[in-house]
Design a protein around this ligand. Sequence first.
Ligand SMILES: [Zn+2]
Ligand SMILES: [Zn+2]
Length: 141
Amino acid sequence: MERHASCHCGQLALRCTGEPSKVSLCHCFDCQRRTGSLFSVAAFFPRAAVAPIAGAARSFHRPSASGFGVSFHFCPECGSSLWWEPERLPHLIGVAAGAFADPGFPMPEQAVWAEERHRWLELPSEIAAHARNPVRTAPGE
Ligand SMILES: [Zn+2]
Ligand SMILES: [Zn+2]
């Protein structure tokens, strides 16, 4: 299985091989501000399963609630965040699930920071909801 993720303008793209290790949804305010949407969905892949195809990225680093930082990589032309590297989980890369533009992409298994969820937003009951982040890891993990 091979999937391609790309930014809004298309200059930045990644190839992801195999299935994601974990798919996780995050309602936190940082993810809301980063995406401009009401939640983010992260597809975590083993580092070795992710390879650049094209483009140049810029990065933004910030601390997280876990005490470990995260580096977000985004397209300098269109601003889309495409992937991020959680320092706490150096073996994994988070890829923006929406960047695959694939309605068949695997559903998140969990939703974290539900306490910052917009009140009208209801998710399927199969997605385990946590008020914060039960493992206190990187954003969305
Ligand atoms: Zn772009
Ligand atoms: Zn978040």
